[in-house]
Write a protein that binds this ligand. Structure first.
Ligand code: HEM
Length: 153
């Protein structure tokens, strides 16, 4: 009986340690820092974001949303810097995103489901253009997908 209780207790201890470890990974490194390295770190992500923003603002479906933004290079640069931080942080890099929440940043823009999907298509194109593997494209796509609920109105 005593042995059985000990066995159950050690099982519980092991399970909760595993659960805690998983939780920690989820909170600190949502997708993993190996992905950050494969993307080429901050320089690689900056290149993807440069290309992605260029594709998005030239996309006839999305361009109207950025009509005011593209009038100021400073504003475009600030947007890119924020997206680099957000993406870097999302893939487990050392970047710290300090911009607005996704809800606050997009509130009142009237962004529709189709627009969000198109934004992901354009950014995936930028990932592909920069040699990111289909597996990593899918991982990043899934991470960005989680913002849909806060951005679409
Ligand atoms: C995963 C999807 C998206 C991400 C990660 C994202 C990220 C961001 C970030 C980080 C900012 C800057 C927030 C700040 O200034 O503090 C921003 C602003 C903005 N986003 Fe998004 N966004 C997404 C989707 C979209 C979509 C679908 C549209 C429109 C079709 C859009 C339009 C804008 C506009 C117009 C701004 C303001 C830019 C400015 O300051 O002039 N975003 N977004």
């Amino acid at each position: 009986m005593k042995k059985q209780i000990l066995r159950i207790a050690s099982c519980l201890l092991i399970s909760s340690t595993i659960l805690l470890a998983c939780n920690k990974d989820d909170n600190n490194m949502p997708v993993g820092s190996e992905l950050y390295q494969r993307l080429g770190g901050n320089a690689g992500i900056t290149k993807v974001v440069d290309d992605g923003v260029a594709i998005v603002v030239a996309d006839p479906q999305l361009a109207p949303y950025f009509a005011i933004t593209i009038q100021s290079q400073e504003r475009v640069d600030a947007l890119k810097a924020n997206i680099v931080d957000l993406l870097g942080q999302t893939v487990g890099g050392p970047e710290v995103y300090t911009g607005l929440s996704m809800k606050a940043a997009h509130v009142g823009m009237g962004i529709e489901d189709d627009d969000f999907t198109q934004f992901l298509v354009d950014f995936t194109q930028a990932l592909q253009d920069n040699g990111v593997s289909p597996e990593d494209q899918a991982t990043i796509g899934a991470a960005l997908e989680s913002f849909r609920v806060d951005i679409v109105e």
